[in-house]
Design a binder for this molecule. Structure first.
Ligand SMILES: CC(C)(COP(=O)(O)OP(=O)(O)OC[C@H]1O[C@@H](n2cnc3c(N)ncnc32)[C@H](O)[C@@H]1OP(=O)(O)O)[C@@H](O)C(=O)NCCC(=O)NCCS
Length: 141
């Protein structure tokens, strides 16, 4: 939420940031993700300052980055790149040859520098009834 409020806010409207970047912490949902998926965190001075989330659907031969968010305290140090490389390596290890995601407007250039390309027209998802635009992207592993 801090990452959205402090970094993505420059590319989205106030109503979008209010709906998307100020959601309640969902303990149960996140506990399920931690149990079932691959998640990496950035820890600094005892605080979690970022995370990356890989979700795989073996039955659908599909691997997706569901989230990669850092706070401004730890951006620009190569940690995003380190996490995306760990995600790619893990997806490959699990037998996938392609990785998909929907990037924020803010992170499109970051993903391009990590080898991703936009596939298809810009997309969007509804969060709290508000449309949040993004870019469908993929990379072959
Ligand atoms: C996107 C994000 C994870 C990048 O993390 P980071 O640790 O700052 O990125 P890094 O320091 O690892 O940078 C890696 C490369 O991306 C480039 N890069 C990073 N952010 C960029 C930006 N906004 N525009 C252009 N290039 C960018 C860096 O210059 C670097 O290039 P290099 O490898 O050629 O040197 C981070 O900025 C973030 O959390 N953003 C807000 C949340 C968000 O939009 N997440 C994506 C959800 S899909």
């Amino acid at each position: 939420m801090i990452s959205i409020q402090k970094i993505c806010a420059k590319d989205y409207g106030e109503n979008q940031i209010n709906a998307w970047g100020k959601r309640e912490f969902q303990h149960e949902k996140l506990a399920t993700c931690i149990k079932n998926d691959d998640i990496w965190v950035v820890e600094s001075k005892g605080l979690i300052e970022g995370y990356g989330h890989l979700k795989t659907w073996p039955e659908k031969s599909h691997a997706e980055v569901l989230g990669l968010y850092l706070t401004p305290n730890v951006t620009g140090k190569g940690l995003g790149k380190t996490i995306i490389n760990l995600i790619k390596a893990r997806a490959k290890e699990l037998g996938f040859n392609k990785l998909n995601l929907s990037s924020t407007k803010t992170s499109k250039f970051f993903y391009e520098s990590a080898g991703f390309q936009q596939v298809g027209p810009d997309d969007s998802c509804l969060i709290g009834g508000v449309e949040i635009e993004g870019h469908p992207m993929e990379v072959y592993l």
